[in-house]
Design a protein around this ligand. Structure first.
Ligand SMILES: *[C@@H]1O[C@H](CO)[C@@H](O)[C@H](O)[C@H]1NC(C)=O
Ligand SMILES: *[C@@H]1O[C@H](CO)[C@@H](O)[C@H](O)[C@H]1NC(C)=O
Length: 431
């Protein structure tokens, strides 16, 4: 009797264990089903890694939503930014605190012209003069991320190219709308050009680059300081704010649209423009500009039937239907933003032909499954037609933030190819 009781108890426990295991597995399955259901673009070979990235970005979004719900933070607060850094660092390195000491680089946290920067110097060249440099402006929609989340990528590019990198921690929107983030970057650029000697840099080999929002500001700085820039690198750049119904917006928002291709990214643009978030739907419908604007020369600069080569568009119907729709939109919205969206420092694609003359060498990188794909491609077409020295590297199987994953747990082939290409360009043009 005494021995049978524990046995019965044991059997009951094991039934209970099975029950618990079933609940656990069921729970995980439901979690995975809802989290990993992203439509991952067909030609992306490493689908599982992309799905994990998608799940992590969704988790970040939900984390912020819950914190906001409980009144613990606001969207786009410093805490939100810190959490976005942790998520990105975890995706890139497997650890929210990122990487430790690197014997191949001298990494300094300092300020230039009063702006926080992170400087990466390949160790073998520390103390030397006339070194080439890249001033790098990180992505994150002018709103999120920082030099900290870009640290692993900056280290990799600095180590492999041998170029000094100055990564700029510009102030972000919505607290600091246009032109404040750009002004921070301009001040760092101008400081570096003036103090090249002290920094041990070659004033004729200073490149400027950035991805996404950073690519936008890199293009703006190049327009302002053409002759002082050795080359510009515009990686998956955002270059205009007047046409939101590009073929890449329409066809790529079918993929990963709860994470990297989420059209809520329009909030970042509204943050930078200092515009009301309630204009979201009007912007996405191209109702933020008037029919007259769409027919104007500025409208022509973003007209896909003029600038978008069909070969990059996958959707068969869309391919032959790239005409602008001249809908009239909402005049009050247009009036509140019309001066900004035609300013080339905000929207480099709307610069007139003369402003685009005599640009330095321009390297543009675009990704097939990016909602911003067409911005980079159309800008490249325009520069080519003007006879400017430009190069387009288009990665058909790439997506907007593929650049994050040349290493770490989600290491992907397409990311390795992208970063290798960037490193090669820097070596060719600057060394
Ligand atoms: C998101 O993608 C799904 C298909 O995966 C599509 O049905 C849905 O309309 C998309 N949402 C948006 C806002 O484009
Ligand atoms: C955009 O404008 C058109 C008319 O030009 C209107 O039918 C449509 O509802 C508007 N959509 C939004 C989101 O403003």
């Amino acid at each position: 009797m005494e021995t049978s009781e524990p046995v019965t108890g044991c059997i009951e426990t094991s039934k209970w264990d099975i029950f618990r295991a079933a609940i656990f597995i069921g729970g995980i399955s439901i979690f995975l089903y809802f989290y990993l259901d992203a439509r991952v673009p067909e030609p992306i070979p490493e689908k599982w890694k992309v799905k994990v990235m998608d799940a992590m970005m969704k988790t970040y979004g939900h984390t912020i939503s819950w914190l906001v719900y409980f009144g613990l933070t606001e969207p786009f607060s410093d805490l939100d930014r810190k959490i976005s850094d942790w998520f990105v660092l975890t995706m890139m390195t497997g650890k929210p605190w990122g990487l430790g000491y690197d014997s191949r680089l001298l990494i300094q946290d300092t300020t230039l012209a009063g702006v926080r920067v992170k400087i990466y110097q390949p160790i073998q060249d520390v103390g030397k003069e006339y070194r080439p440099a890249l001033i790098y402006l990180h992505g994150g929609g002018w709103t999120l991320l920082s030099v900290d989340s870009y640290d692993p990528l900056m280290r990799k590019i600095a180590r492999e190219s041998g170029v000094v990198i100055i990564s700029v921690d510009y102030r972000r929107s919505p607290q600091h709308p246009f032109p404040e983030p750009l002004n921070d970057c301009l001040e760092v650029f101008e400081y570096v050009i003036e103090n090249y000697d002290e920094l041990g840099l070659n004033p004729h080999k200073i490149a400027i680059g950035g991805d996404s929002a950073g690519g936008n500001m890199a293009a703006a700085i190049t327009l302002r300081h053409k002759s002082k820039v050795a080359m510009q690198l515009l990686l998956v750049p955002s270059l205009q704010f007047s046409n939101w119904r590009t073929s890449s917006m329409l066809e790529n928002s079918q993929y990963l649209n709860k994470s990297i291709n989420n059209l809520d990214a329009i909030y970042f643009v509204l943050n930078y423009l200092g515009a009301d978030h309630q204009y979201k739907d009007a912007f996405l419908a191209n109702n933020h500009t008037t029919a007259d604007f769409k027919k104007s020369q500025h409208g022509d600069f973003v007209d896909q039937s003029i600038w978008m080569p069909r070969k990059y568009v996958r959707d068969e119907k869309m391919k032959y239907n790239l005409e602008t729709t001249y809908n009239d939109g909402h005049k009050h919205i247009f009036n509140s933003i019309k001066d900004k969206i035609v300013d080339p420092l905000l929207a480099p694609m709307l610069a007139d032909d003369e402003s685009l003359e005599n640009l330095p060498y321009t390297y543009i990188m675009t990704a097939g499954y990016d909602i911003l794909r067409d911005d980079g491609i159309m800008f490249y077409e325009r520069l080519s037609q003007l006879g400017e020295n430009a190069h387009l590297s288009h990665f058909d199987d790439g997506f907007h933030n593929a650049i994050f994953f040349p290493h770490g747990p989600l290491r992907m082939g397409v990311a390795i190819r992208i970063v290798d290409d960037i490193v090669l360009q820097l070596k060719r043009k600057l060394k």
